[in-house]
Write a protein that binds this ligand. Structure first.
Ligand code: SME
Length: 137
């Protein structure tokens, strides 16, 4: 479908731009609820390929955000019990849920190779992006 292709391309552009322009954003990707299943499916991303293309709700940082509907900022991934490692280089992670008509339909996930790089300004900035993107999803 033309329209869904356009959405995928736009999401890809957002990933590429954020990963290129923000030095601490080493991996930038979207996960979306996989149909009726209680799991997330990887969408467009920029950075190293990951094996974690499907993540069950509740598993890892992403799976927890699928249930909590809240931002999850992880300054040090080594301190997390429920964490799915995508790369040994990753030190920190931030996940921001995306709401369409009040429903958590997916999330923006960013990994950093820098320890503790995410500030409240990052949260507000990424929330803004997710809110704008909700209009095209
Ligand atoms: N670290 C995530 C898994 C996704 S990768 O970062 C791309 C998690 O714990 O949910």
């Amino acid at each position: 479908q033309d329209s869904s292709l356009a959405v995928t391309e736009r999401l890809q552009q957002v990933c590429d731009l954020l990963q290129k322009e923000v030095p601490s954003y080493d991996w930038v990707g979207f996960y979306f609820k996989n149909g009726d299943r209680e799991e997330l499916k990887l969408g467009p991303y920029a950075g190293d390929p990951t094996d974690h293309t499907i993540i069950p709700f509740g598993k890892g940082i992403c799976g927890q955000v699928a249930l909590s509907n809240e931002n999850f900022v992880v300054p040090d991934v080594a301190a997390q019990d429920n964490y799915i490692a995508c790369s040994i280089h990753v030190k920190a992670e931030i996940v921001i849920p995306i709401f369409v008509d009040g429903v958590n339909i997916g999330q923006l996930d960013i990994d950093s190779h820098t320890p503790d790089p995410f500030s409240e300004a990052d949260e507000r900035f990424l929330e803004y992006i997710c809110k704008e993107l909700a209009h095209i999803l």
